[in-house]
Design a protein around this ligand. Structure first.
Ligand SMILES: Cc1ncc(COP(=O)(O)OP(=O)(O)O)c(N)n1
Ligand SMILES: Cc1ncsc1CCOP(=O)(O)O
Ligand SMILES: [Mg+2]
Length: 226
């Protein structure tokens, strides 16, 4: 996938595991993809999460759904699972191991890295990360062990310093605040609960996509005016 295609895929980056939704995970994912989610990350974490074969089986079922929609299927943290399933990529954070070793372990696959400042961003790109996840932009109840909430400032700082890799903002993002993330320079938004906990996941994904696309259009218009 080239950079422009990946940037396009970042628009609505849906992340989910079984603990993030009260409805059936497969149904939630299918609806999210019908609504317009553009990439998916399997993140089976937290209290009560599936383990062993149950975890693998859910991952395979969700991968199959992504396949039907031609949507990239990314695995959170777990290189072995990524390889077992021959998933499209892996997402890791600063605490998930040596980034260079991880990059070498998944050649040819998409690699996303979570970053929280300019230095981490340069290092991630130096080892060959394909895209960056930046956050938490807003307060989130979904992940407790996050770095401090950063607002839009870090995304803007990365762009102002010439980082032109695909970026998604993450953390507490919903249809009402997504536009600010894109205005700051992100290519899209990564969300868990805004879709997984919504009564109508298709509607939720569609509204996020609309918000992101409108904000991108405004960014382009502003560039022309300047
Ligand atoms: C797209 C995206 N961005 C950031 C994260 C967070 O990754 P990490 O910091 O490794 O935390 P966990 O998700 O592993 O708890 C992400 N998963 N996806
Ligand atoms: C995985 C992760 N990394 C930073 S914030 C976060 C949780 C995002 O979840 P939500 O979209 O429900 O706030
Ligand atoms: Mg991680």
């Amino acid at each position: 996938m080239n950079k422009a295609e990946l940037q396009d895929r970042m628009k609505v980056y849906f992340i989910m595991g079984s603990t993030n939704c009260s409805a059936d995970a497969e149904e939630v994912l299918e609806k999210a993809l019908i609504g317009g989610a553009t990439i998916f990350q399997f993140r089976e974490k937290g209290e009560g999460c599936l383990e062993g074969n149950d975890r693998i089986e859910l991952a395979m079922a969700l991968q199959q759904i992504c396949g039907r929609f031609n949507v990239p299927f990314i695995i959170n943290d777990d290189i072995h699972l990524m390889k077992k399933l021959n998933a499209d990529g892996l997402h890791v954070g600063q605490e998930d191991g040596d980034l260079k070793e991880i990059r070498n372990a998944v050649p040819g696959k998409l690699l996303g890295v979570s970053v929280h400042n300019l230095n981490e961003a340069w290092l991630a790109l130096e080892i060959g990360a394909d895209y960056l996840g930046v956050g938490p932009v807003y307060p989130t109840g979904t992940k407790t062990d996050t770095r401090p909430v950063m607002g839009y400032s870090v995304i803007r700082e990365l762009r102002d310093n010439g980082i032109d890799a695909p970026i998604v903002g993450i953390g507490g993002i919903n249809k009402d605040n997504a536009s600010g993330v894109v205005q700051a320079g992100a290519d899209g938004v990564a969300v868990i609960t805004a879709i997984s906990n919504h009564l109508k996941p298709a509607e939720a994904a569609g509204e996020l996509l609309k918000a992101v696309e409108n904000a991108k259009q405004n960014n382009s218009l502003n560039k022309i005016i300047k």
